[in-house]
Write a protein of this length. Structure first.
Ligand SMILES: Cc1cc2nc3c(=O)[nH]c(=O)nc-3n(C[C@H](O)[C@H](O)[C@H](O)COP(=O)(O)OP(=O)(O)OC[C@H]3O[C@@H](n4cnc5c(N)ncnc54)[C@H](O)[C@@H]3O)c2cc1C
Length: 341
């Protein structure tokens, strides 16, 4: 399907927002690389024999404006000026929506050229990850300081997806079975959210996904970073999927032990409409600290985690299966973390 693309290129001397021609930005009749990727993926998505064409939203004016801000200020201004625009980071979630016709935006705000959202910096006992941090970034750069996040990242999709997919994209998609969510929740991470002209606000990572497909992002807001406490003890992530690779979690449980505080934290995903911090199970880790190596303690911990869940049945597993699996995964994760003490 031919689309006429308008590109607002961030390399132009003035990074424009809104009507590019009016603002003096470099506007081409050509497509940006993002637009090419989007349209070619939509046009050439493989279909199985007999598979119907994907449902598409009703046809409308097919022009598409792509805005590529190079600074955070421009990105926030673009977000404020284009409330209905679709923000794109790695594109692995947005492309799925475009492919199935659920999304047909007039404007894309492509964050990939925004240098301020890249990279990471240490801040006290935390690492502040820019919003464009990918799973590969975590694996290659933060394995020593954020081992829980690295363990979770290693289980995500394939290398190709991990190279592009951002942690923030997973959070904003509102997937309550997201592997990163388990690691961020157990670590006590926070998500920084910004809107043009307002102070940055922080949201607890485990509370950021508010329901399947929904998150704590308001109109005109962008996520700018995730702040993750550096691990202060052993961590372990146990995940069950339909297979060992390229599979979303049926359930996942992260356990992080804090030896200096003689306690631990945990976060479970895929077993409730949101990620959960199982409070009674976490209290158990502190109460039974000296007996955690006992297999019976691990079993009781597993039962407490399962008791905190509220799984819904879906194609990936029944409620009973998820309850059982969450208990087994919690037991395994605790056993592995305790063995590393
Ligand atoms: C084949 C495949 C396998 C997968 N397997 C797994 C898996 O095993 N485990 C798992 O947890 N996940 C899995 N995923 C999901 C994957 O984690 C997400 O698709 C990915 O993290 C989204 O990141 P992205 O940068 O590509 O997001 P994009 O597609 O660019 O964006 C996703 C959403 O986030 C919004 N967004 C992005 N950045 C910002 C920002 N800074 N501020 C505000 N909004 C923003 C976008 O507007 C969009 O709504 C898989 C995905 C695919 C395609």
């Amino acid at each position: 399907m031919a689309q006429r693309g308008r590109v607002v290129d961030g390399e132009s001397p003035v990074t424009p927002v809104g009507d590019p021609a009016a603002r003096g930005g470099r506007v081409g009749a050509h497509r940006s690389r993002t637009l090419q990727a989007v349209t070619s993926a939509v046009d050439s998505a493989p279909r199985r024999p007999g598979q119907a064409q994907p449902a598409r939203a009703p046809a409308k004016d097919s022009s598409l404006t792509v805005i590529r801000p190079r600074t955070l200020a421009d990105a926030l201004a673009a977000r404020a000026a284009h409330r209905d625009a679709t923000v794109v980071a790695g594109g692995t979630g947005v492309l799925v929506e475009l492919n199935r016709g659920a999304l047909r935006p007039d404007t894309l705000i492509d964050l990939s050229a925004c240098a301020e959202l890249r990279g990471a910096r240490p801040e006290g006992d935390t690492v502040v990850l820019g919003a464009l941090s990918t799973y590969t970034d975590v694996l290659e750069r933060h394995g020593a300081t954020l081992p829980g996040l690295a363990q979770a990242a290693r289980t995500v999709a394939s290398r190709q997806i991990r190279n592009r997919a951002t942690l923030v994209g997973a959070l904003v998609l509102g997937d309550p079975s997201g592997d990163a969510l388990a690691a961020l929740g157990a670590a006590g991470a926070t998500v920084q959210v910004a809107r043009a002209g307002e102070p940055v606000r922080s949201v607890d990572a485990h509370a950021f996904v508010t329901a399947p497909g929904a998150c704590a992002l308001g109109p005109g807001e962008l996520v700018v970073s995730i702040t993750v406490p550096v691990a202060d003890g052993p961590v372990a992530y146990a995940k069950a999927g339909a297979r060992n690779a390229m599979a979303r979690a049926v359930a996942g449980v992260m356990v992080a032990l804090h030896p200096a505080a003689r306690g631990g934290s945990a976060c479970a995903v895929g077993v409730a409409p949101t990620a959960i911090r199982p409070e009674r199970a976490e209290a158990f880790l502190a109460d039974e600290w000296d007996r955690l190596a006992d297999p019976d303690a691990a079993r009781r911990f597993g039962a407490l985690v399962a008791g905190a869940t509220d799984p819904s049945p879906d194609a990936r597993g029944s409620r009973a299966y998820r309850l059982h699996v969450s208990s087994v995964l919690a037991r395994r994760a605790l056993t592995r973390a305790v063995a590393a003490l």
